[in-house]
Design a binder for this molecule. Structure first.
Ligand SMILES: [Zn+2]
Length: 197
């Protein structure tokens, strides 16, 4: 039997600080979690790799307003805000990848992330032989967008889970524009009903 692992799932940054009540709470950021869980279940059932990314900042980083960046402090390592939202359900086989540890960088993309052994996301995908990356999570206009664009640049096919993403919208149209840009660069929009693994 040939094992084909062409498809992988990336769920970006479903952490307390990006959900309502968090330091950088996205309104209704938690509302997409049931949809995300459905995708996770489906990938798990098909024994396909599931990557769960997290923003994982040191206390001091140029990413934060206080040190010259744009954002209030958020997702500081080992704080409640950096924990995954309690409603997010993923199996123990899922691979957690962390980004934002370098105090000199913003690291919006999952392609800046590494697993617990320090292996880069890109390498992990290549090890599994992944061709298609299904992307959902938070936030549409930052981590989702940057991860999707990097994936496309690296030659992966990107399937954007439009029913499982939510944006920050510093400007009201940021998310819509982010989706347009991803599509223009080659991403395909899908919803759960279109999922074929
Ligand atoms: Zn961050």
């Amino acid at each position: 039997m040939v094992v084909r692992l062409k498809n992988a799932l990336l769920i970006a940054d479903v952490q307390n600080d990006f959900c309502p009540g968090g330091k950088l709470g996205i309104s209704d950021g938690d509302k997409i979690i049931p949809a995300i869980n459905k995708y996770i279940k489906e990938f798990s059932k098909n024994k396909l790799p599931i990557f769960i990314s997290r923003d994982w900042h040191p206390k001091k980083t140029k990413h934060f307003k206080k040190f010259g960046g744009v954002w209030p402090a958020h997702c500081v390592q080992n704080t409640k805000g950096a924990e995954f939202h309690a409603k997010l359900k993923f199996p123990k086989e899922a691979i957690i990848i962390s980004k934002g540890m370098d105090p000199e960088k913003d690291s919006y993309s999952a392609f800046d992330a590494v697993d617990s052994n320090g292996c880069e996301f890109d390498n992990l995908l290549r090890i599994f032989g992944i061709k298609n990356l299904f992307v959902g999570g938070l936030a549409t206009d930052y981590c989702v967008k940057n991860s999707a664009i990097d994936a496309l640049k690296k030659g992966f096919k990107v399937l954007l889970l439009v029913d499982a993403v939510k944006g920050v919208n510093l400007k009201p149209n940021d998310s819509d524009e982010a989706i347009d840009e991803m599509v223009r660069r080659g991403a395909r929009k899908i919803s759960f009903a279109d999922l074929k693994l």
